[in-house]
Design a protein around this ligand. Structure first.
Ligand code: SF4
Ligand code: SF4
Length: 239
């Protein structure tokens, strides 16, 4: 073993402290807020004991954001909120600025980019939901697509604060329900046995894994036109 003295410092892996991601005004006044109010849908105003004020503009996102969309959001943050933004548990995006004059132009820009401003107070805020196909290998359904349809339906209720109380929704793509608890928690289920596109399946699916996933062994290996594929025993399928 070499006795050479170590001259470098180990860079530890793991997440950075969340404090680095806080807007400096939030970091300075952390836990020392006097009050907050909602001057209009999608806008929060927090006033600290120190007298500092910070405005938050909240907008809905499609949840599954492309890199192009993320870049658009970062450009808005660079322009209006000192480069800071945050995502909420319901996949809303929030921009915080100590400059009240930035609020209206920021709202106009977000709306023009297709991000509806709202989701505060007595509204139907965006849906808290599961990873679905993006990250989980269990789902037979995809919560994200259902969430998009649901939020398209209640678009105006997201932007206004006309509900009798806050309404919070969640969806999950199996009964494990990792979308979480909510006023209305939706578990997305198929109501018919799955149909198989044999041409695509062999290119996109790990066949043995799909076979192993079915709790009632309704999915089985088969051969179609000389190629490995799967079949569903509809009599056994519990959908
Ligand atoms: S709800 Fe079920 S299928 Fe959906 S991500 Fe959570 S564990 Fe996976
Ligand atoms: S029972 Fe099996 S084949 Fe039917 S939907 Fe569930 S996993 Fe798919």
């Amino acid at each position: 073993m070499s006795s050479q003295e170590r001259t470098w410092k180990t860079i530890e892996s793991g997440p950075h402290t969340y404090e680095e991601a806080l807007h400096p005004v939030v970091r300075k006044n952390y836990g020392k807020w006097k009050y907050h109010e909602i001057p209009k849908p999608g806008v929060l105003k927090h006033v600290a004991e120190s007298g500092d004020t910070i405005w938050t503009v909240r907008a809905g996102t499609p949840r599954q954001d492309t890199i192009d969309k993320v870049r658009l959001l970062c450009d808005v943050a660079d322009k209006y909120s000192d480069g800071f933004l945050r995502f909420t548990v319901r996949n809303n995006v929030e921009f915080l600025t100590p400059n009240g004059e930035n609020v209206e132009p920021m709202i106009a820009e977000l709306e023009s980019l297709g991000f509806p401003v709202g989701g505060t107070g007595m509204c139907v805020s965006a849906v808290s939901h599961t990873q679905g196909w993006l990250h989980c290998d269990i789902p037979a359904t995809d919560a994200s697509g259902v969430v998009k349809s649901m939020m398209d339906t209640v678009y105006n209720e997201f932007k206004d604060m006309q509900m009798p109380n806050k309404v919070r929704l969640s969806t999950s793509c199996c009964s494990i329900n990792c979308g979480g608890q909510a006023d209305i928690a939706v578990v997305v289920k198929h109501t018919r046995p799955p149909r198989i596109n044999h041409e695509h399946l062999v290119k996109t699916c790990e066949l043995p894994k799909a076979v192993a996933r079915c709790p009632v062994a309704a999915i089985r290996p088969t051969v179609v036109d000389g190629k490995k594929s799967l079949m569903v025993d509809e009599a056994k399928c519990i959908c």
